[in-house]
Write a protein that binds this ligand. Structure first.
Ligand code: NAD
Ligand code: DAU
Length: 352
């Protein structure tokens, strides 16, 4: 008989995963948390320095694409529950190398599903496979409307197609083998520890270095932004109170056109850095558009709000302010992750 519930969190060294691991390790000493991560360019154990010595935490380095390895660790640790975040997560990279996204996001998820199924031999009492997905699987909205849990899947990028595929397999394992699963689909996250390839940390880093701010197309694309800690709290709530076989949309009730967001970021950066107003905005440069660029994402998170009582805890202005402060106080982290291979990525993506 195992003393503690054993929970596998995949991708726990990444942006959202590290916030989730920290929350679970600190809040639930009765759980044994295993963080499985391959430490790709996006994974960084520095994100978890403050909890790495706690007794209910263990890091396992490994690749979810390696089925033999995955079977071995399931056999060793007999995970009761899985929260699956490990993924290739950046749309622009998926346009350059779609197959890498199929391998990790589809095959990797299949390997975890198969290992979970064979460990529990189809007896899933008190077990859970919680799959973390994205609102991008729903495709693009026009200027009106919101994504609900009933919106049909209509992915447009190789990234969102790979996430949609993995969602379908999770659901299929639930229907076919009775595997207890939950899926949540979240909007754009921002906050500390996000790798500076995504819009907000990329632009913070460029402002710090006096570099151009490359706005794709006309900048009139819309995203719904959520502070990462609010996402981690939503996952915690859904993990404990969500209903098996249900989907939950998570969003910030917070839509911004890219160009308006960038201008707000520029104003906050000028003020933090005590630079004359307009200094950062002068760096805005319109560049060629992302192929297949989705016009608008916006989440209806009312199911989560009304059924489980979740609400975002910070306004966007507060969250952005906290985020900027974190990057300014952690320039060492920023310089570390933007050295080496990051420079090659930047040259390829932005041709400069
Ligand atoms: P991230 O890119 O910051 O982190 C991904 C983590 O997965 C990294 O630590 C990486 O090392 C690990 N990983 C990648 N390939 C792996 C492999 N083959 N084996 C083991 N580990 C591997 O991503 P994120 O932004 O934290 O996103 C986490 C999850 O949340 C993803 O599934 C993503 O699709 C989803 N999501 C992200 C957002 C967002 O705005 N960032 C929004 C909604 C959903
Ligand atoms: O909606 C959830 C998704 O949000 C997650 O599933 C993805 O993992 C995450 O990367 C994010 O996807 P986006 O493509 O929306 O995020 P990104 O930060 O790459 O881009 C946000 C918007 O900013 C988008 O309209 C493209 C634009 N953009 C982005 C970059 C990197 C620019 O204009 N310039 C840029 O240099």
């Amino acid at each position: 008989m195992k003393a503690k519930t054993s929970i596998l969190i995949t991708g726990g060294a990444g942006f959202i995963g590290s916030h989730l691991v920290r929350l679970f390790v600190k809040k639930y000493p009765q759980y044994q948390i295993y963080n499985l991560d391959n430490l790709t360019y996006a994974g960084n154990l520095e994100n978890l320095k403050d909890i790495e010595d706690l007794p209910n935490y263990k890091f396992i380095k490994g690749d979810i694409v390696d089925q033999e390895f995955i079977n071995e660790i399931f056999d060793t640790y007999k995970f009761d529950r899985v929260i699956h975040l490990a993924a290739e997560s950046h749309v622009d990279r998926s346009i350059e190398d779609p197959l890498a996204f199929v391998m990790t996001n589809v095959i990797g998820t299949m390997n975890l599903l198969n290992a979970f199924k064979s460990l529990w031999k189809n007896d899933f009492k008190n077990k859970l496979f919680y799959h973390i997905s994205t609102d991008e699987v729903y495709g693009s909205l026009g200027t009106e409307g919101l994504f609900t849990e009933e919106t049909s899947y209509d992915p447009n990028s190789p990234y969102s197609a790979s996430k949609a595929s993995s969602d379908h397999f999770v659901r299929a394992y639930g229907e076919t083998y009775g595997m207890p699963y939950i899926i949540s689909n979240c909007s754009n996250n921002y906050g500390p520890h996000q790798f500076p390839e995504k819009l907000i940390p990329l632009f913070i880093n460029n402002i710090l270095n006096g570099k151009a701010l490359p706005v794709y197309g006309d900048g009139n694309y819309t995203r719904d932004w959520l502070f990462v800690i609010d996402h981690a709290e939503a996952i915690d709530l859904i993990f404990h109170k969500g209903i098996i076989k249900e989907t939950y949309n998570i969003g910030g009730f917070n839509e911004w056109k890219n160009i308006d967001l960038v201008k707000l970021l520029c104003q906050q950066m000028d003020s933090k850095l005590a630079r004359p107003k307009g200094t950062s905005e002068a760096l805005i440069t319109y560049v060629k558009d992302r192929p297949g660029h989705d016009l608008r994402y916006a989440i209806d998170a009312n199911k989560l709000k009304s059924e489980l009582g979740w609400e975002p805890s910070v306004t966007f202005e507060e969250g952005l302010e906290k985020t900027i402060s974190w990057y300014l106080e952690n320039e060492k982290w920023l310089n570390h992750v933007t050295s080496g291979a990051y420079q090659d990525y930047y040259k390829l993506q932005y041709q400069q």
